[in-house]
Design a binder for this molecule. Structure first.
Ligand code: DER
Length: 232
C-alpha cells in the first residue's frame, strides 16, 4: 500500500474504534484525518450515527462542512468525547510532533478539551524519539511582533535550525488561522520533550508549540503492507 492508502486505513480504523453514537468529536487537521472525516460521514449515513464535530482549523471546518457533518464549536461543546488527529512524528511514549500543517494551536486546545486524543498516521511517522525522522523542526506559533527575538532565543538554546515558515502560494510568511507566524526549530533528537516544551512555552511571545507531550492515548499506524498497527 502506498502512503495515501496507509493514511486511509489508519484514519478509518481510528474512527471505527473510537467514535460512538451521540459523541462530540474533535476533528484534527492535515491530510490523514481527511480520510477519517470521509469514514465518519459514511458511518453517519450507514448507521444513523448522531455526532457533532468541532474543527481544529479552517481546513478542518471545510472538511466537516464539505462532508455534511454537523458542525459545532467549543462554546457549545466545551467537553468533547474524543479528538482524532494526525501527527508529523510519534515517539515510543506517544509524544508527538504536530504542526506540519500549521494548525497545532487549535489542535492542542481541542485535544485538551477531549476525554481522549487518538492519532492516525502512516508508517513514516513512527519513530523511537522525536526529531529522529521529522527534521523540519518543532512548529512554534508566535506573536508576529516577536518573531526575530524569539528566533535569536531559539538559536541561543542551541537549536540546530531555526526557520520562519514562509507561505507557498502567497508572498511573505505563513500566517496561521489565529493571525500569528510559525517558527520551525530543530533540536535534533528530543530526549525530554516535556522539558523542552516547558522551556519553549516560557519564551514571551510563544503561543503554542507542536510538542504534544503525554496527550495521545492511542496511535493507529497504516503500514506499507496494508495492515494497521497500534501503539498505546
Ligand atoms: O499539522 C498538523 O498538526 C497535522 O495534524 C500533521 O501533524 C499531520 O498532517 P498529515 O496527516 O497531513 O501528515
Amino acid at each position: 500500500a502506498g502512503v495515501e492508502k496507509a493514511k486511509d486505513l489508519a484514519a478509518r480504523a481510528a474512527v471505527d474504534e473510537f467514535v460512538k453514537d451521540g459523541m462530540a468529536v474533535g476533528i484534527g487537521s492535515g491530510s490523514t484525518i481527511a480520510y477519517g472525516v470521509v469514514r465518519l460521514a459514511e458511518r453517519v449515513k450507514e448507521e444513523g450515527l448522531k455526532v457533532v464535530c468541532v474543527p481544529t482549523s479552517f481546513q478542518a471546518k471545510q472538511l466537516i462542512t464539505e462532508n455534511n457533518l454537523p458542525l459545532s464549536d467549543l462554546e457549545n461543546h466545551p467537553q468533547l468525547d474524543v479528538a482524532i488527529d494526525g501527527a508529523d512524528e510519534v515517539d515510543d511514549d506517544l509524544n508527538l510532533i504536530k504542526g506540519g500543517g500549521g494548525c497545532q494551536t487549535q489542535e492542542k486546545i481541542v485535544a485538551s478539551c477531549a476525554k481522549t486524543l487518538v492519532i492516525c498516521a502512516d508508517y513514516r511517522k513512527d519513530s523511537k524519539a522525536l526529531g529522529e525522522a521529522w527534521l523540519k523542526g518543532i512548529p512554534i506559533e508566535v506573536i508576529p511582533i516577536a518573531y526575530v527575538p524569539i528566533m535569536a532565543k531559539l538559536k541561543a538554546m542551541s537549536a540546530e535550525t531555526v526557520t520562519l515558515r514562509m507561505a507557498k502560494a502567497k508572498a511573505g510568511p505563513c500566517v496561521t488561522d489565529n493571525g500569528n507566524l510559525i517558527i520551525d526549530a530543530h533540536f535534533g533528537q528530543i530526549k525530554d520533550p516535556a522539558k523542552l516544551e516547558a522551556q519553549l512555552n516560557g519564551i514571551p511571545g510563544v503561543v503554542c508549540t507542536g510538542l504534544f507531550v503525554g496527550m495521545a492515548v492511542k496511535v493507529f499506524f497504516g503500514q506499507e503492507d496494508g495492515s494497521v498497527t497500534t501503539r498505546t
